[in-house]
Design a protein around this ligand. Structure first.
Ligand SMILES: NC(=O)c1ccc[n+]([C@@H]2O[C@H](COP(=O)([O-])OP(=O)(O)OC[C@H]3O[C@@H](n4cnc5c(N)ncnc54)[C@H](OP(=O)(O)O)[C@@H]3O)[C@@H](O)[C@H]2O)c1
Length: 335
C-alpha cells in the first residue's frame, strides 16, 4: 500500500469552475494487478476540456460526479510495474488522476513513453496533445498557405501560442487575439504579426485594422463576442478550424440569453464559411509528433508555460483558466 494525495470533485461547477469545487484528500493506493503500473506524477496538465467532462450536457452519463477523482494528462515516472511493456524508471505520459501517485493499465489509450526531450514537461505541451491540436488545426484541417491571413483566439494560451507559431512557419500573416497588454506583448515576442486585446473597448475596430485584406482562416478557441467580431471580417470561403469554445463551457445551468444563432447562420451563408470541428489527437497525421519534437528541440517553436507548485494548487490554477488571468502558454502543476 502507498499513501497518496488526490483531488476529487466536491460538487459540479455552476458556471465557471471555482477552486472550492474541488477537494484534496489522502488515499491509500492498493497493490498492482497484472498489466498495471504505478506512476509518480511529476507534471499535471490543466486543460479546458476537463470542464466538458464535468458537464452532463456534453459528457452525458459519464459526467464527473461529486466524490470522483479528477483526471487529466500527466507526465510521471513508473515506480512499480506489473507490466512487460513498462519498467521502473520509465518516464511516461498518461491520462491519470490529479494525484501524487496513480495506477494506470498498460493498454490505456493515451499512455506512451515520453520522447527524448530536453524538458519533459513539453510532452504535455508543444510536444504533446497541445502541440498535436495546434498542428492539426493549422496544417491538417485548415491547410494554411503562405501569404494567408490567420486569426487565432485565446492566442496566448497553450494551443493558441503554438498554433500561431506553426502558422508563421507556414508563411502566414498571423493575428492573435488575447486578454490584456502583457499577453499581447508576449505574442509579439513569439513572432505574431499583430496581437489584439479583446478586453479593450476598441477591440472590433482594432481587429478590422489588423486584417485589411480579410481573414482566410479563423482558428476558433473561444466562441462568444470574440467570434461575433471576427465573422464580418472573414473572406468568402474562409476556413474555421473549430478547436474549442471555452466561453460556453459549463454554461448549461444559465438561463438563455439572446439567441445569436440566426446571426451566426447569416454569416455562415454570407461568407461561405467552412467550419470543421476536430480533435487534435485524432486528426494530426502520423508525422505530426516527430515534426513537433524537432521544432521544439531546435527552437523554431518556443513553448511557453505557467507553472503552479504543488498538487494543492491545481484547483486554483484550473479556476484561473476560465477568468481573466496572466497565463501565457501551457498551464502546468509541478507535483
Ligand atoms: N479540439 C481539440 O482537440 C482540443 C485540444 C485541446 C484544447 N482544445 C481547446 O482549445 C482551447 C484552448 O485550450 P488551451 O488548453 O490552449 O487553454 P488556454 O488557452 O491555455 O487557456 C484558456 C484561455 O482561454 C481564454 N478564455 C477563458 N475564458 C474565455 C472567454 N470567456 N472568452 C474568451 N477567452 C477566454 C483565457 O485567455 P485570455 O486571458 O486571453 O482570455 C484563458 O487563458 C479550448 O477551447 C480547449 O477546449 C481543443
Amino acid at each position: 500500500m502507498n499513501a497518496a494525495k488526490r483531488i476529487v470533485l466536491k460538487h459540479r461547477p455552476d458556471g465557471n469552475p471555482l477552486a472550492s469545487d474541488f477537494q484534496l484528500i489522502d488515499v491509500e493506493i492498493g497493490d498492482l494487478q497484472p498489466g498495471e503500473i504505478l506512476i509518480r506524477t511529476q507534471w499535471l496538465s490543466l486543460d479546458p476540456f476537463i470542464m466538458i467532462m464535468l458537464d452532463p450536457a456534453m459528457a452525458g452519463p459519464h459526467a464527473g460526479q461529486p466524490g470522483q477523482p479528477m483526471s487529466g494528462s500527466v507526465v510521471g515516472t513508473v515506480v512499480q510495474s506489473a507490466s512487460a511493456k513498462f519498467a521502473e524508471g520509465d518516464l511516461v505520459e498518461a491520462r491519470a488522476n490529479w494525484a501524487t501517485y496513480s495506477i494506470v493499465k498498460d493498454d490505456a489509450p493515451k499512455l506512451r513513453k515520453v520522447p527524448n526531450l530536453s524538458d519533459s514537461s513539453n510532452a504535455l505541451g508543444a510536444a504533446g496533445l497541445t502541440g498535436l491540436t495546434a498542428y492539426s488545426g493549422i496544417i491538417n484541417v485548415a491547410a494554411v498557405q503562405a501569404g494567408e491571413t490567420v486569426v487565432i483566439s485565446a492566442a496566448a494560451g497553450a494551443v493558441g501560442s503554438i498554433a500561431g507559431q506553426i502558422a508563421k512557419l507556414r508563411g502566414a500573416h498571423v493575428v492573435g487575439i488575447a486578454g490584456g497588454p502583457d499577453k499581447c506583448a508576449a505574442l509579439k515576442d513569439l513572432g505574431f504579426d499583430e496581437a489584439i486585446d479583446y478586453r479593450t473597448a476598441g477591440f472590433a475596430e482594432a481587429l478590422k485594422a489588423a486584417v485589411p485584406n480579410g481573414i482566410d482562416v479563423y482558428f476558433e478557441n473561444v466562441g462568444g463576442p470574440v467570434t461575433l467580431a471576427v465573422l464580418p471580417l472573414l473572406k468568402y470561403g474562409a476556413r474555421m478550424p473549430m478547436c474549442g469554445f471555452i466561453s460556453y463551457y459549463g454554461r448549461e445551468n444559465e438561463s438563455n440569453g439572446p439567441d445569436m444563432l440566426p446571426e451566426f447562420y447569416r454569416w455562415m451563408m454570407l461568407k461561405g464559411l467552412r467550419i470543421q470541428a476536430f480533435e487534435g489527437s485524432i486528426t494530426a497525421g502520423p508525422d505530426a509528433m516527430s515534426q513537433l519534437v524537432e521544432w521544439v528541440e531546435d527552437g523554431r517553436i518556443k513553448p511557453l508555460r505557467r507553472v503552479y507548485e504543488g498538487l494543492a494548487e491545481a484547483p486554483r490554477a484550473f479556476e484561473a483558466m476560465f477568468r481573466a488571468n496572466d497565463h501565457v502558454g501551457k498551464t502546468l502543476v509541478r507535483i
